[in-house]
Design a protein around this ligand. Structure first.
Ligand code: GAP
Length: 436
């Protein structure tokens, strides 16, 4: 059984994220804003890579899943039909002594702030953010920021069916922002009020629920392993009956061993025909599949793997963080999967000598159309290697004085520190072989 790494690991990753431009506290010059975060120059590259890797596995490499990109604001009826208006709530209690408000299920009857047990009875608190659409702020103009991307998929079910001619089993994938007015956000980008999700609704014949549920649990777990998370830091945990969401007949969480213990990374849920049936009822539209071959008409059931972008990114960073020693000197290295690393390659002239610049720029121009490439000529070469190791860059390409004569450069590998000399005109194809 894997041990949770030291609690320091969390601090180290948070510090590295800030220091190197992965993640900044939002509105920092105003003292930050309530567990919201901004992704910096390295973070935005990595975040896009995480989303690209998901899209590649879920859409590009499959012929049974298509994508959509639905609006964040949707008809308010959507959230009545989905059950979110009535049931997407946490039970909250107020401490009568210090007036703090807590989630009842997280405090065991004692106020964590002042220790009082004089608490109000629990009241449900809906997690959806409300806003108003248009110039008048009244009951009729209320809209919600979506708390999950899934509903944009369900309400487009017939549109996708008719335009793609897909038939069950098939899936619709979507990535995008969701919003929840979480009572206890925290642990950096683990739980925030604004976050991005990567969700896929897989529509199936009703009798195939168990088979596809198991299939998607396996597939999704493997995706994290394939992208660098060790198997012993991942597990599947089935929800008990009282933990299940209002729409689910069965859910398993893919959990990661965070520094504070096991926690959810992604949920795989058997949503049955709940959502399509509800939307059919509330909209008056038929949301069914008609199988021409058998003459059968049915409401498909749905298996849903739902992942968070920030949460995945955090797990990838935590799993990749490492410290070792090179020639007696401590090195911090992010052993990120090359597809997820912000930069795949860095071009580093040996020094800032002007004789090296033209060849180094030539090499940079050659590589940058193929890979996200950094160019860095400041400070000593040793320090620049350290900076790239800390950013997780898998390959550094060093241009030295011999390069001007022999038209060759040195490739240095981040993890093995192996160095090989290669002709410049073979560089792009060699890197492609290694990074493909
Ligand atoms: N459509 C189903 C659904 O939204 P969920 O388990 O509530 O299910 C799916 O959310 C995933 O979205 C979670 O596993 C997590 O990765 C991410 N997620 C949910 N709430 C989050 C939050 N407040 N902050 C960051 N990520 C969150």
């Amino acid at each position: 059984m894997a041990e949770a790494k030291s609690p320091d690991l969390f601090e180290q990753v948070v510090n590295l994220s800030k220091r190197r431009g992965f993640v900044f506290p939002s509105s920092e010059i105003y003292g930050g804003f309530r567990s919201t975060y901004d992704y910096g120059p390295l973070g935005v590259l990595m975040k896009r890579n995480v989303m690209d890797a998901w899209w590649r596995a879920m859409v590009q490499q499959r012929d049974d899943i298509v994508g959509i990109d639905a609006a964040i604001l949707m008809a308010p009826k959507v959230w009545e039909a989905s059950g979110h208006v009535a049931t997407f709530a946490d039970p909250l209690v107020d401490c009568r002594k210090c007036k703090e408000r807590w989630r009842e299920d997280q405090i065991e009857g004692v106020c964590p702030n002042c220790g009082s047990t004089d608490l109000t009875p629990a009241r449900p608190f809906n997690l959806m953010f409300k806003t108003h659409v248009g110039p008048v702020e009244d009951e009729g103009s209320i809209a919600y920021l979506r708390p999950e991307t899934a509903q944009g998929i369900f309400v487009n079910f017939m549109n996708v069916l008719q335009t793609t001619r897909k038939k069950p089993p098939f899936g619709i994938a979507q990535m995008g922002k969701s919003f929840r007015n979480e009572i206890t956000p925290g642990n950096f980008i683990f739980r925030t009020r604004e976050f991005e999700q990567m969700e896929m609704e897989f529509f199936i014949p009703p009798v195939e629920g168990d088979t596809w549920f198991e299939y998607w649990c396996r597939e999704r777990l493997q995706w994290y392993v394939d992208h660098g998370i060790p198997e012993d830091k991942l597990r599947l945990r089935e929800h008990d009956a009282e933990e299940l969401s209002h729409y689910s007949a069965g859910t398993a969480d893919i959990e990661f061993l965070y520094p504070w213990g096991w926690g959810e990374l992604e949920g795989v849920a058997n949503r049955t025909d709940y959502d399509l049936t509800q939307h059919a009822k509330f909209s008056g539209e038929k949301l069914e599949y008609y199988d021409q071959a058998t003459g059968e008409r049915y409401v498909p059931h749905v298996i849903e793997p739902a992942a968070g972008v920030g949460r995945s990114m955090m797990a990838f960073l935590l799993a990749a963080y490492d410290e070792d020693e090179i020639n007696g000197e401590k090195r911090t290295v992010l052993r990120l999967h090359h597809r997820l690393a912000p930069y795949q390659v860095a071009v580093l002239p040996l020094s800032k000598n002007e004789k090296l610049t033209p060849t180094a720029r030539e090499v940079y121009d050659l590589i940058k159309p193929h890979f996200m490439t950094d160019y860095d000529e400041t400070q000593s070469i040793g320090r620049r290697y350290r900076r790239q190791d800390e950013a997780g860059t898998p390959y550094c390409v060093t241009v030295d004085f011999e390069s001007i004569e022999d038209k060759a450069v040195t490739i240095r590998e981040r993890d093995t520190l192996e160095q090989v000399r290669v002709p410049i005109d073979e560089l792009a194809s060699m890197l492609t072989d290694r990074l493909a």
